[in-house]
Write a protein that binds this ligand. Structure first.
Ligand SMILES: [Zn+2]
Ligand SMILES: [Zn+2]
Length: 431
């Protein structure tokens, strides 16, 4: 029997432009559904055994995660001295050298949040496999969705690779089983995350209770509907917040105070980015010789040492990405304020890219954290994070919050308003 989805006829609302859609066909493997207005991803084919697949991937991911955290990942040998480290000891060493903020950030984004997303998903998936719903399923689903953007295993892996290449220059390395487990974990974790969706736990939506049939197409707002960003449920609502009956999230027609919040976070991000670049971010002392380096100084060092691919990655992630984010968010805020109808689809795409690349700036923090915690060889070589590391980490967190607080539906609202305003004046001109 050919796999076919059960979602034909379901109603979907676009989270980026608020357009309503009804899925007219049954999806086949490989099919994806994009919004016809803004091209955001609305839906993908769901295999009849999607629950079992997602459960198996999460179990595998949890086992690999345990292997990666309970076994040594690297042995360093410098001048006859040797040290073996585990991923977890990277964070404890950071606590020990007094970089508490960096230690907490690394611990949360590379250990605690990935673990919580996996455990939360398993809590829902195991009963779902037997046709049951776990107690407080909506709340757990909401929490998993909330922390997913802060679970940065992919970025951490890139940090591990860069740290290893840098260490090759200073020490002899032996790789442990945890490193290979971590390499295997990454694709499994990404697939598990992609498969985790509301449709695994709740049936697809074909009607809006107590509302009748909304005439499509149109914006959810025009039909007096609001759309839960966490689980996708459409329900009657206007400006006042309503509670989602599935995941218990508070649902607003538009993110509350989106523009003001985004402005505040953007300005804070820019203010933090200045000291992050002016002050030194890391000090490397080798045989008593060495000095503090800024972000840019570190990039120049890497390029001078012949490690230009790494230098370019750090330059791109730590300088180009944050600056681009500032410029794009500023542009989006100004264009929404002016009520611009100019290339709404492209501006939405720009927002989508900005939101998705934000966490990759964290790579330099992971590299510094790993180097500082792994290289502790007394007088031979010492690496420690400096004040700019804290500023830079705060910049990344604040700009991620800024992108999350911006509501891309405002781009389309302004477009609709400007079309409304133009219509009567054209009619008058014709009359
Ligand atoms: Zn859309
Ligand atoms: Zn919901």
């Amino acid at each position: 029997m050919k796999a076919e989805s059960v979602d034909g006829g379901c109603i979907l609302a676009c989270r980026e432009c608020d357009a309503l859609h009804r899925l007219k066909v049954r999806l086949r493997p490989g099919h994806i559904v994009l919004c016809s207005r803004c091209h955001a991803l609305l839906h993908t084919f769901m295999h009849p055994n999607a629950r079992e697949h997602c459960l198996a991937l999460h179990v595998a991911a949890l086992m690999l995660f345990a292997l990666a955290n309970f076994f040594p990942f690297l042995t360093l040998k410098i001048s006859g001295r040797e040290a073996t480290d585990m991923f977890v000891s990277a964070t404890t060493a950071l606590f020990a050298i007094g970089s508490v903020d960096i230690a907490i950030l690394v611990l949360l984004t590379s250990v605690v949040f990935p673990l919580l997303t996996m455990l939360g998903a398993l809590y829902l998936l195991i009963p779902a496999r037997f046709g049951r719903q776990a107690p407080a399923a909506g709340t757990v689903f909401r929490l998993v969705r909330r922390i997913t953007p802060w679970s940065m295993l992919g970025v951490f892996m890139l940090g591990v690779i860069i740290a290893i290449v840098k260490l090759l220059d200073m020490a002899e390395l032996e790789f442990g089983v945890a490193l290979f487990a971590f390499l295997a974990l990454l694709p499994v974790y990404v697939l598990a995350q992609q498969g985790f969706r509301a449709a695994l736990f709740w049936p697809v939506q074909r009607a809006i209770p107590g509302h009748g049939e909304p005439c499509l197409p149109g914006r959810a707002r025009d039909h007096g509907l609001v759309h839960c960003h966490t689980c996708g449920w459409l329900m009657p609502g206007h400006e006042a917040p309503v509670r989602c009956p599935r995941c218990a999230d508070t649902v607003h027609a538009r993110k509350p105070d989106s523009i003001a919040r985004t402005w505040a976070l953007l300005i804070t991000g820019v203010m933090l980015f200045i000291p992050a670049n002016v002050f030194p971010i890391m000090t490397v002392i080798q045989l008593g010789d060495g000095e503090p380096n800024t972000i840019f100084g570190g990039v120049v060092h890497l390029i001078e040492a012949g490690m230009w691919p790494l230098g370019l990655i750090v330059f791109f992630a730590s300088i180009i990405v944050p600056i681009s984010k500032f410029v794009v968010i500023l542009f989006l805020l100004l264009s929404v304020r002016r009520g611009s109808g100019w290339r709404a689809q492209d501006r939405t795409r720009l927002y989508r890219v900005t939101e998705s690349i934000g966490s990759w700036s964290m790579v330099d923090i992971f590299v510094i954290g790993l180097l500082a915690s792994l290289v502790h060889f007394g007088n031979i070589i010492q690496i420690r994070p400096e004040i700019a590391a804290s500023f830079f980490a705060a910049t990344v967190v604040v700009t991620m919050l800024a992108a999350q607080s911006f509501d891309p539906r405002l781009i389309w609202d302004r477009l609709a308003e400007s079309q409304e305003q133009r219509r009567p004046s054209r009619e008058q001109a014709v009359g």
